[in-house]
Design a protein around this ligand. Sequence first.
Ligand code: C5P
Length: 304
Amino acid sequence: MGGLNADEAGFISCPAPAKINLFLHVTGRRPDGYHTLQTAFRMLDHGDVLHFRVRIDAEIRRVNDVPGVAPDQDLVVRAARLLQEHTGCILGADIRVDKRLPMGGGLGGGSSDAATTLVALNSLWQLGLPRSVLQTWALSLGADVPFFIYGRTALAEGVGEELTPLDLPPAWYVVVEPSVAVPTPQIFRDEGLTRDTEAVIISASPVGGGLQADVQKWLQQHTRNDLQPVACRLYPEVQKALDALAPFGSPGVAPRMSGSGACVFLPCTGQAQAEKVVEELNTEWRVWCAASMDLHPLHEWVSD
Ligand code: C5P
């Protein structure tokens, strides 16, 4: 890991970016209860920061307190242990988590933390596992975790683990965090959830590693999130956040929810518009804007 800088205490810092779902269609339910989806994942240049220090005993320790998440439940700790179990690695790690992304926010915070842990420790423990192996193991930690290992803007199918690269023009997004945490399982098991959106065949047309221009056009027109009506009914704050953002939209560009909520976002024409919306939005909630990020900052740490 030449070139990596550790701080005075020996910790190496690694970003864990947020994701948004540009659209999310629920296309069915599998016998195991998980739902099949079609969604477009995009990373944002905003997220958590994790700090790792290798231990020569096999202990995995989260060294700071994260309100609401016990260390043994933390996906960071579970990801590190999973890697040990699969490889028999006898090294351990101290992990500090700077939490910036909300829990139950639909921005993939916990999933991104887990992915960053797998990628970072794969390097720091010199395991040399290829991306495909990490992606496969990542799925047992959560349906969104493989995407962050994949590390590129993607169309996702299956339960979120079948990934196809997506080429999109750069964009800025305003994100509103309503002050409520939405539990993902509650949204998926709701009786009112639409589970039969017709699957569209868009992954069959990759061109030069990305998708065709007509797919980009399709994405501009299809922005629905099937989980949104359920989340808005159960958590009215989500609807309030959408209503607050709506006046800043334009024809064909409406705010929508990410993942299973609670966060909502508005695509903007650029940084200037995004910053203006953040400034003008008069709300008690946390609001920020960020640029799209089409390659994970740790992408080069894993071999394909
Ligand atoms: O995989 P993850 O831990 O993020 O999922 C949390 C819960 O959300 C699952 O236990 C499942 O109930 C639901 N879920 C689903 N279909 C998906 C993803 C999640 O039903 N594709």
